[in-house]
Design a protein around this ligand. Structure first.
Ligand code: S3P
Length: 433
């Protein structure tokens, strides 16, 4: 177990880069493996979660070569039976997307992972895949999953909860089904899969919240190569909130993915009074990208519920920190999904921030924060959750005294280099080549 010590910060200034988008990195490797030909991927996130995907794809017979700028995936339009269980480590995206991919393959595979991943719910993906005809044995609704691949048929399925992982799993399975697969979403989950499949000439249509995919008779075309992965908004979020909260700060984060399905946090912070500007808006890897500039400033409390929750689902740990500094009450509702992330993010953030003196109250589907409260340095724990660790470290930047974040090693699951950014003298660039 490693721990990270953080002290109150000087004002933050300068220009920053964040690592490549995690969701897009997973998908770029998996989809490129299905293409007929090689794809060079630049800006790939080399981190715990995405490395698990690379390991699994290699075990499925796909050549993936690491390069200084990212990687090359040599897709051949087919996969090979793995020699042993596929280790998804702590990556929910790896396990759920691969469950869909493997359901229609002519071989048996086993998906497994760390104890943390074994605790996360898998029925949400297994049940609709079974409706497609898949033969999957789960372990009381959890991993390990044994997937006895075979013929699949298309289904018309309404997701009970918005989940890009489940949607993507069904679309991946749909590539190998005997007819069209339709997925209906209750809310706008991230649409990287739809964008990527369209760029690879898959037969996919999107009409509002309904996605239909028809199987192709030939392998997918490779993505335009080199394929560039933009910076991860979910990583940028920690720096954005740090600059917002540390007085007299002003920073710019370059090349960040601003896909509307991902930036609910921007909308909410603006509603709270934050000034955030987007500049040099462009398209990178089929995604909208911009440079984000933010200055420190006062915040007022806000209510977050409904569709906005889906568009900022990974940002609640850092949002909780921002809410402790807002004037008045901030209330989060409709967010029970937070309880089945890498940790129970409602309970962990409420309990850990209370140790620093913040006023938070847990609710079944969210939490309530009363602010603003000066924070005091304390010993706080990540609960094995990369985003909880980073959020608490940012809280440490505005707390009096010293904050120790135990279990900080898990930050490497999504943002290698984060500790170096905080440990060095600001500003520092993290490397994304
Ligand atoms: C992800 C989807 C979201 C998100 C996760 C990444 C993806 O999960 O929380 O970090 O890449 O599809 P759900 O599909 O469970 O909402």
């Amino acid at each position: 177990m490693t721990e990270m010590r953080v002290r109150q910060s000087q004002p933050l200034h300068g220009r920053f880069l964040v690592p490549g988008d995690k969701s897009i990195s997973h998908r770029a490797v998996i989809f490129s493996a299905l293409a007929d030909g090689p794809t060079e991927i630049r800006g790939f996130l080399w981190a715990g979660d995405t490395e698990a995907t690379v390991r699994c794809m290699r075990a499925l017979g796909v050549a993936v070569e690491r390069r200084a700028t990212g990687l090359v995936v040599r897709g051949q339009g087919r996969l090979r039976a793995p020699a042993g269980p596929l280790d998804c480590a702590r990556a929910g995206t790896t396990m759920r997307l691969l469950a869909g991919l493997l359901a229609g393959q002519p071989f048996t595979s086993i998906l497994d992972g760390d104890p943390q991943l074994r605790r996360r719910p898998m029925r949400r993906v297994v049940e609709p895949l079974r409706l497609m005809g898949a033969d999957i044995r789960d372990t009381d609704g959890h991993a390990p999953l044994t997937i006895i691949g075979g013929p699949l048929h298309g289904i018309d399925y309404t997701l009970p909860i918005a989940s890009a992982q489940v949607k993507s799993a069904l679309l991946l399975a749909g590539l190998f089904a005997d007819g069209p697969t339709t997925v209906r979403e209750p809310g706008p989950s991230r649409d990287h899969t739809e964008r990527m499949l369209a760029a690879m000439n898959a037969r996919i249509t999107v009409a509002g919240s309904t996605i239909t995919l028809s199987p192709s008779h030939s392998p997918l075309s490779p993505l335009p190569s080199p394929f560039h992965i933009p910076g991860d908004f979910s990583s940028a979020a920690f720096l954005l909130v740090a600059a917002l909260l540390v007085p007299k700060s002003r920073i710019t984060i370059e090349g960040v993915n601003v896909n509307p399905t991902r930036i609910g946090l921007l909308d909410v912070l603006r509603q709270m009074g934050a000034e955030i500007t987007l500049s040099d808006e462009r398209v990178v890897g089929g995604e909208p990208v911009a440079d984000l500039t933010i200055s420190s400033g006062a915040l007022r409390g806000v209510e977050v519920k409904g569709e906005t929750v889906v568009r900022m689902i990974d940002e609640f740990p850092i949002f909780a920190v921002a809410a402790t500094q807002a004037e008045g009450k901030t209330e989060i509702r409709d967010a029970a999904e937070l309880r089945v992330k890498e940790s129970d993010r409602i309970a962990t953030m409420v309990n850990e921030l209370r140790k620093m003196g913040a006023h938070l109250e847990e609710r079944p589907d969210g939490f309530v924060v009363e602010g603003p409260t000066p924070l005091t340095g304390a010993v706080v724990d990540s609960h094995g959750d990369h985003r909880v660790a980073m959020a608490l470290a940012v809280a440490g930047l505005i707390a009096s005294g010293e904050t120790t974040v135990t279990g900080s090693e898990w930050i490497g699951d999504s943002f290698p280099g984060f500790e170096a950014v905080l440990a060095g003298s600001w500003p520092l660039h993290t490397a994304r080549r």
